[in-house]
Design a protein around this ligand. Sequence first.
Ligand SMILES: Nc1ncnc2c1ncn2[C@@H]1O[C@H](COP(=O)(O)OP(=O)(O)O)[C@@H](O)[C@H]1O
Ligand SMILES: [Mg+2]
Length: 183
Amino acid sequence: MYKKLDETISDTFVKPEKGLYTELFVIENLGLGKKAGNYLKEKYSPKERFKMMRKEYNLAQNNIVKPLALEELNGQKTYVLEKIDGDMLMNSLYKIKGNTKLFYSIKQQLEDTVEILHRNGYVHGDLVSGNNIMLTKEGKIKLIDSLYIPKDFEYKNIFIDLDNEAINSVINLMYGKVGKFIR
Ligand SMILES: Nc1ncnc2c1ncn2[C@@H]1O[C@H](COP(=O)(O)OP(=O)(O)O)[C@@H](O)[C@H]1O
Ligand SMILES: [Mg+2]
């Protein structure tokens, strides 16, 4: 069951499989009820999540973390991901100060990535408060840790709205940090 790792990528980040913990938490918070959670549980497996991660990555290869493999490590299902050389966007806001070019670049990358996911039937679902957005040393945005939301999920539109609102508030927050140089 071991898949060969992508040899073009030297550094990897391993992440233990945690099931639907975050999804069920968000569903509960949104007050969507048991049926919604049960639907996800029926459809879920680590393999299905990995497939979804691959599909999302293929839509926006520059801006979504690359999933390399799903492996069993010490009896624990584990996702092997490309390691991102960077930091969380929310910890990198100081870089935007006075840097209009970087601000507009990040804004564009965020809007484009979320738009292409939604246009193809996918959602991220967990971007609120700038969560799960990384910024590389080269100024590239990388989304990590998306929720498992199947294309035909009854409440998908709620998650689309959540993504859009999250991106807008992150952009507004950044806007406030750019400073006097902005036009
Ligand atoms: N591919 C990656 N490369 C480098 N750091 C990562 C990567 N994925 C996650 N991280 C780091 O680990 C933290 C937690 O990862 P995340 O996938 O969001 O897991 P969680 O389920 O705990 O939210 C992130 O905030 C980030 O700092
Ligand atoms: Mg996370």
